[in-house]
Write a protein that binds this ligand. Structure first.
Ligand code: NAD
Ligand code: UDP
Length: 388
């Protein structure tokens, strides 16, 4: 529970604030609302077009924090109430975005509008009203590593200087324009540059967060259960869906790309430190990830297969994975980030934050949740005859 004696990293008492959280009904928003309600005295104006993932925090009215969270069903594209909410709050956190790779090359206009145009008024209202903003960007702004342009067996590929991603040093390397995958990264990069410029020219107090594959319960959706069956979520939910249905996991272009995965609960510690230590977080861009949890997508599939077998007590499939081309899986214009290792120097120095949870442990708790939440619904969906 919230205690009166909470202090920041410099030993100063933390004053309760009001936070306008846009995109509060999504994966990250739901965990952040939960943490703020359970562990702090802060108030949240939760803005989103959906609230299913935060329903458990909104109802019943007898919940101990019910006077500290309000849901506002607002589409920020076209709602004049947004300005008033930002004015009313001490801090705005912007999470709203289209952020599933299957959309970047198939709905590039929606992706660019969502990640750049729709974020513009949010930044503008914060700047005009001298309000602090924490804006969610992405590790994808780094694009590809320098090392991936070297020949396959070149020794410099093993040199961290060629692949570790540093906020204040690494370039942003995207593919050509017809590789529409990069529409998201490019829109996110431009809004980062705009926020940075608002800071430089108009003294906007900002923090930019670059999440590196945060995963955990409530991420995305399971196709055919809580979204149409043709929906393509991010890899955790794709592989969970395959495991729940006892289908082979699909490895895009052989599953050779590498990712570092961080547990959502570890990441929430980092975001809370940013919220409560503005003097240390303002003006900074932070990588938030777990460099120790690196795997190829193929290794992720193998590990998820083992973990799911443990938590479901079902034997693993005899053929656990199949290869699929990116063109077949995502369509024309897909491209990929080859490798994503975050440099942790800045977040360590400013906030003393380090991730704690191993990949195995975070998959175990997440797949336990997936199994408990979806296994029965999937069984029923599979046993239902197809509508003619
Ligand atoms: P999410 O899709 O679960 O959440 C985004 C939320 O924003 C959704 O609930 C959606 O309804 C809402 N939203 C979108 N457009 C809106 C609009 N016009 N008006 C009101 N609400 C709107 O995604 P998430 O994983 O929680 O990601 C949150 C942020 O973090 C995004 O900006 C994303 O780009 C960034 N990010 C996340 C990850 C990750 O690992 N999860 C990685 C990189 C970047
Ligand atoms: N991927 C895959 N099979 C799937 C879904 C995704 O092989 O069913 C791959 C995808 O091509 C990418 C990685 O998994 O290389 C991570 O994809 P995700 O959608 O989670 O987002 P990203 O990390 O690329 O932003």
């Amino acid at each position: 529970m919230a205690s009166a004696a909470r202090v920041d990293l410099d030993g100063n008492p933390i004053k309760p604030i009001t936070i306008c959280m846009i995109g509060a009904g999504g994966f990250i928003g739901s965990h952040l609302c939960g943490k703020l309600m359970a562990e702090t005295p802060h108030k949240v104006l939760a803005v989103d077009v959906y609230n299913d993932k935060i329903k458990h925090l909104l109802e019943p009215a007898s919940l101990p924090w019910s006077d500290r969270i309000q849901f506002r069903c607002i589409n920020i594209k076209n709602d004049s109430r947004l300005k008033g909410l930002i004015k009313m709050a001490d801090l705005t956190i912007n999470l709203a975005a289209i952020c599933t790779p299957a959309d970047y090359n198939t709905r590039p206009l929606d992706t660019i509008y969502s990640n750049f145009i729709d974020a513009l008024p949010v930044v503008k209202y914060c700047s005009e009203n001298n309000k602090r903003i924490i804006h969610f960007s992405t590790c994808e702004v780094y694009g590809k590593t320098i090392g991936c342009f070297l020949p396959k067996d070149h020794p410099l590929r093993l040199d961290p200087a060629y692949f570790v991603l540093k906020e204040d040093d690494s370039p942003c390397i995207f593919g050509s324009i017809e590789k529409q995958r990069w529409s998201y990264a490019c829109a996110k990069q431009l809004i980062e540059r705009l926020i940075y410029a608002e800071g430089a020219e108009n003294s906007l107090e900002f923090t930019i967060v670059r999440p590196f594959n945060w995963i955990g319960p409530r991420m995305d959706f399971i196709p055919g259960i809580d979204c149409p069956s043709e929906g393509v979520p991010r890899v955790l939910a794709c592989f969970s869906n395959n495991l729940l249905r006892r289908e082979p996991l699909k490895l895009v272009d052989g599953g050779q790309s590498q990712r570092t995965f961080v547990y959502i609960k570890d990441a929430m510690e980092a975001v809370l430190l940013m919220i409560e230590n503005p003097a240390r977080a303002n003006g900074h861009i932070f990588n938030v990830g777990n460099p120790n949890n690196e795997v190829t997508v193929r290794q992720l599939a193998e590990m998820m297969t083992q973990v799911y077998s443990k938590v479901s007590t079902e034997p693993p499939l005899e053929v656990p994975t199949i290869d699929i081309s990116s063109k077949e899986f995502y369509g024309e214009g897909y491209d990929d980030s080859d490798k994503r290792i975050p440099d942790m120097t800045i977040i360590n120095r400013q906030l003393g934050w380090n991730p704690k949870t191993s990949l195995w442990d975070l998959l175990e708790s997440t797949l336990t949740y997936q199994h408990r939440t979806y296994a029965e619904a999937i069984k029923q969906a599979i046993s239902k005859p197809l509508a003619s």
